[in-house]
Write a protein that binds this ligand. Structure first.
Ligand code: BDR
Ligand code: CA
Length: 307
């Protein structure tokens, strides 16, 4: 089983990513670490714990990570995820508390302890990963791959920057420059995974409590995406990182060089995706281009039926 650490800021799509991952026989979740992003750190951590309760994931450690970006002022996304970071369904207060260990230390410890290389799945700002790589650079040697959601050839938070990268560009730069094999699920591919009305209907046909909550998450997420972007359905961005780990055949990717803009007056947080190799810079990422949309939703629906 592939060992993964989910570093996230739940967040509707982060939550659904956890729900998908937890029933994959091919995956073993070593930990869930949280970061400030869609909402403040206490909220994203409480949300992660609530999702764990929902799916009875009681044995996986949940550690609270960074509360602020490396150097910038924190900004959250209540317009997309609501004030709680996970508005929509009513989820009970968590039955347990987060770990006493800081999220960054959990990442470092588990990567060091693991007999096999670990895959990191960051689906929020990259603050924790950057801090872990700074504090313990040697963990690089035991990271198999980083499969992250972030960036793209266009933006959703500024005209050119995607939220996760924009929220902490300095951290993202550290990750992209790390030399660790990195797979990037950016907006180009995540916008292909739209939870449309038809998808939500399929989810609602599944007769279990988890599917019911996922349906409610998607309805809320779709409502804010309609309001903000006039989309018919919300893109379930973060879920693609999990799907890639279990079914890479659903993805068409391209080996490219990606650098992160940290200085631009208008363009901080932009990922420069060199699709045509014009810079001559070394390849440092597999960039998601095309998704087998039907295959992706089948994976998701099959997973929900397991609950
Ligand atoms: C990313 O930002 C957040 O709103 C989502 O959870 C996703 O990780 C999309 O830009
Ligand atoms: Ca996220």
């Amino acid at each position: 089983r592939r060992k993964i650490i989910m570093d996230c800021d739940p967040g509707h799509d982060d939550a659904i990513a956890i729900i998908l991952a937890a029933v994959q026989p091919k995956l073993e979740i070593l930990a869930i670490t949280t970061v400030s992003g869609n909402a403040e750190i206490e909220k994203t951590t409480q949300n992660a714990l609530k999702v764990c309760d929902l799916i009875s994931l009681h044995d996986v450690v949940v550690s609270k990570g960074a509360s602020e970006p490396l150097v910038r002022i924190r900004e959250t996304a209540p317009g997309i995820h609501g004030d709680s970071g996970l508005d929509g369904p009513k989820l009970p207060e968590p039955s347990r508390s987060w770990s006493e260990e800081h999220g960054v230390d959990t990442i470092i410890r588990l990567v060091k302890e693991s007999p096999e290389p670990v895959t990191l799945l960051p689906t929020g700002p990259l603050t924790n990963i950057a801090l872990a790589l700074t504090k313990a650079p040697e963990i690089k040697n035991n990271i198999e791959e980083i499969v992250l959601m972030g960036g793209g050839t266009f933006g959703n938070w500024t005209p050119t920057a995607e939220f996760n990268i924009w929220a902490d560009p300095e951290a993202a730069k550290k990750v992209f420059d790390s030399g660790i094999p990195t797979v990037v699920m950016g907006l180009d591919i995540t916008h292909q995974a739209l939870a449309t009305k038809e998808v939500i209907e399929e989810v609602n046909k599944i007769d279990n409590h988890v599917a019911k909550i996922v349906g409610e998450l998607l309805v809320f997420f779709a409502s804010t995406y309609k309001e903000m972007f006039d989309f018919d359905g919300a893109p379930v961005h973060d879920v693609l990182t999990v799907a890639y780990c279990v079914a890479p055949e659903l993805f068409k990717t391209k080996d490219v060089n990606i650098v992160v803009e940290t200085k631009g007056e208008y363009t901080a947080g932009t990922t420069l995706v060199d699709l045509h190799g014009v810079t001559g810079r070394k390849v440092n990422a597999k960039f998601g281009l095309e998704l087998d949309v039907d295959g992706f939703w089948k994976l998701m629906i099959d997973a929900l039926k397991k609950y």
